[in-house]
Ligand binder design. Structure first.
Ligand SMILES: C[S@@+](CC[C@H](N)C(=O)[O-])C[C@H]1O[C@@H](n2cnc3c(N)ncnc32)[C@H](O)[C@@H]1O
Length: 200
């Protein structure tokens, strides 16, 4: 399963989707294939113009939009933000959604924490291995929760436990390598190693 297929697998047929940063609108194309309409938007006019030339499908509403700027209240209840950093993801807080699916390429701990402050809790997580690289898909729903340190750092409610285990082993190797190559004692790295070992 690639990243877009993983997002698609978490979208129900009656979800009203807006994909922010859609690029080639691959997700919307998959949704349209099963007769589901969606909004696909991107900050880049070039990206949207190209998509308009390539995609002629009345189920896909292509828009230029910086984040949710050109999305109105009630047009969507499911927000997808994939292939961008946590800080960019967190800029989209002007509308409420029943489901927010993210694939951030950094700071997943900050994302879980800040989303909690915005009253969104982790519903499900899925590690996706695409082109030999691991991606953290996090699906949020409305709510509030006190997370443990392990949950903030490594996530929770992973759907594919086997792939999650593989990812933890990858992280353990990565942090052990960092520890070996650094001359100074770094307690943060040691803490991370302990947390991963406990999770395994
Ligand atoms: C790396 S691509 C990811 C495409 C697709 N979502 C995916 O996961 O494969 C990032 C896309 O986000 C768009 N983007 C960056 N900042 C944005 C913003 N503030 N609002 C909307 N789109 C943005 C870029 O133009 C680009 O097309």
């Amino acid at each position: 399963m690639n990243r877009i297929e993983a997002i698609y697998s978490l979208i129900a047929k009656n979800d009203k989707v807006v994909d922010v940063g859609c690029d080639q609108a691959k997700l919307s194309l998959m949704l349209a294939h099963r007769k589901q309409s969606s909004i696909a938007c991107d900050i880049s006019e070039n990206v949207i113009n190209r998509a308009r030339q390539d995609i002629k499908n009345e189920l896909i509403d292509l828009r230029v939009s910086n984040g949710l700027e050109n999305i109105n209240e009630g047009e969507a209840n499911t927000l997808v933000l994939a292939g961008m950093g946590t800080h960019k993801i967190l800029n989209n807080k002007n509308l409420r959604f029943k489901k927010i699916i993210t694939i951030s390429n950094n700071y997943h701990d900050i994302l879980r924490n800040k989303m909690n402050e915005l009253n969104y809790i982790v519903d499900k997580e899925l590690i996706v291995k695409d082109n030999n690289k691991y991606y953290n898909l996090i699906s949020f729903k409305e709510g509030n929760k006190k997370y443990s340190e392990k949950e903030i750092l490594l996530g929770l409610n992973h759907i594919d436990k086997e792939l999650y285990g593989e990812y933890l082993n990858y992280l353990l190797k990565k942090y052990n390598k960092i520890k070996l190559s650094s001359k100074d004692n770094n307690s943060k790295i040691d803490d991370m190693i302990n947390i991963i070992e406990e999770a395994l």
